[in-house]
Structure formats: structure tokens, C-alpha cells
Ligand binder design. Structure first.
Ligand code: DX5
Ligand code: ZN
Length: 230
């Protein structure tokens, strides 16, 4: 089974909606699927009104899987913890523009640790705020809900940001992945992909389903049937 995702998009199941008392089961579901990413939502109770987990959880998950660990830091002043999250075995570390005054420096720290660096914005932040950072990032994560909780409805207007990012990537011959996070399910995945998403993060639609594997496969098919992956 080719899980390299070459020639097609990526689905990154978020464990936020999985049973935290049995995360091993959630990881095993993703391993049995045709995707190879796992999305890890780190929340500090300040940047967002919720608290999840820290580097130890990610280190423990790293021990049981070779999946690409896609760590989404919803924490203030992320520089304080970038080293810890890098050492925990994350592959991608994404910070929020709104949480780091010197985002350029924060992204450089991530690269210094040999990790892929992502930048994210909440729905109220204009995407143009990212323009200066685009040449240095490996991924841009567009929040399509206000971060903090799973199970919210996608804010349609945020899809315009994907279109803008795709245009800029082509215009300047850049290489970042475009990821969308929040409210992605069977109803919304097609428009997200058509707007330019390479990576679909999905939590509740997958882990609240009776058949999580089927949900992952459905979302992967959105890429095959509609737009070409770069
Ligand atoms: C929300 C998180 C998301 C969340 C998505 O703040 O960043 O990754 O898990 O959950 P769903 O897919 O349920 O909207
Ligand atoms: Zn997330």
C-alpha cells in the first residue's frame, strides 16, 4: 500500500476528538488507513479557551508510530516550547502568527531543530499578513473555525485564503503545503480541496464516526476526483 501521498493530497486526522484514555487505538486506526499523517492539537488555555496536552504525550505517541506527526501549537509565546516539541518527535511544528510577535524568529527556531515549520492564522486574521513569511515556511495552516474545540462549522469565507495562498505559491514558485483545519467532513472536503488545500485536518468527522477508516478514505478520494495535487 502506497502511503507516501505522492501525487495526491493528505488527510491529517486530529486526535482531539479521539478518546484520550485510549489514544493507542486512535493511532492504530490511522495506521490502518491510507494516510500517513496525525494532527496533534496543543492548547494552553490562554491562546485558546481549552487545554489539551504537551510534549510528553507527543513523545509517547512517537514511540508507538512512524506516522508524520503534525503538531499544531495553539499556545502563546511558542518559542518557550519549540525545543520541547521538536525533541518530542514532531515532524511538522506549526505556530500561530497571532501568538508570536517575532514569527520569523520562531519559524527559524523550528528549522534550527531540523523540523518542518508551519504558520497558522485564525479566521479573523487577513491572509496577507503571512506574505513576508511565505518563502520560509513548509506549510501554511488556515484555521477554518475559531480554534479551541472540535466539532464546529467551517467558516466558508476562510476558503478564499486557500485560493490566495495557491496563487502566491504559483506566482513566486514556492513550495509550502496548504492545510485547512476545522469543520472538515464529507460535506466540506470537496470545496476545501477545490480551493487549494493539500492537507485536510479532520477530527470529529473521523473519530466520532462509527467507521473512522471509511471517513478517512472518503476524504482522500476528494483529492483524486477533483483537483490535481501539485
Ligand atoms: C481546533 C483544532 C482542530 C480540531 C478540528 O481548534 O485545531 O484540529 O481538531 O476538529 P474538527 O475536525 O472536529 O473541526
Ligand atoms: Zn489543529
Amino acid at each position: 500500500m502506497d502511503k507516501s501521498n505522492k501525487g495526491r493530497g493528505i488527510v491529517a486526522p486530529s486526535i482531539l476528538s479521539a478518546d484520550f484514555s485510549d489514544l493507542k487505538a486512535a493511532v492504530e486506526i490511522v495506521e490502518r488507513s491510507d494516510t500517513s499523517w496525525l494532527h496533534l492539537d496543543v492548547m494552553d488555555g490562554i491562546f485558546v479557551p481549552n487545554i489539551t496536552f504537551g510534549p510528553k504525550m507527543i513523545r509517547d505517541i512517537r514511540r508507538i508510530t512512524n506516522l508524520t506527526l503534525d503538531t499544531h501549537l495553539m499556545i502563546t509565546e511558542p518559542d518557550r516550547f519549540i525545543g520541547n516539541f521538536a525533541e518530542s518527535g514532531s515532524d511538522y511544528i506549526t505556530i500561530h502568527l497571532e501568538a508570536s510577535i517575532h514569527a520569523h524568529r520562531s519559524l527559524s527556531y523550528i528549522h534550527d531543530y531540523g523540523k518542518k515549520a508551519g504558520i497558522s492564522i485564525v479566521p479573523s486574521t487577513p491572509v496577507i499578513m503571512l506574505e513576508e513569511l511565505l518563502p520560509m515556511v513548509d506549510m501554511v495552516l488556515i484555521m477554518s473555525v475559531n480554534p479551541g474545540f472540535g466539532g464546529q462549522k467551517l467558516i466558508e469565507k476562510t476558503l478564499d485564503k486557500l485560493i490566495w495562498l495557491k496563487e502566491k505559491r504559483e506566482k513566486y514558485n514556492l513550495n509550502y503545503l496548504i492545510e485547512i483545519d476545522g469543520g472538515i467532513n464529507r460535506e466540506t472536503c470537496l470545496s476545501a480541496v477545490a480551493s487549494g488545500a493539500d492537507v485536510l485536518v479532520s477530527g470529529s468527522a473521523i473519530f466520532n464516526s462509527d467507521d473512522p477508516l471509511e471517513e478517512i478514505e472518503y476524504m482522500l478520494k476528494c483529492f483524486q476526483n477533483n483537483v490535481q495535487f501539485r
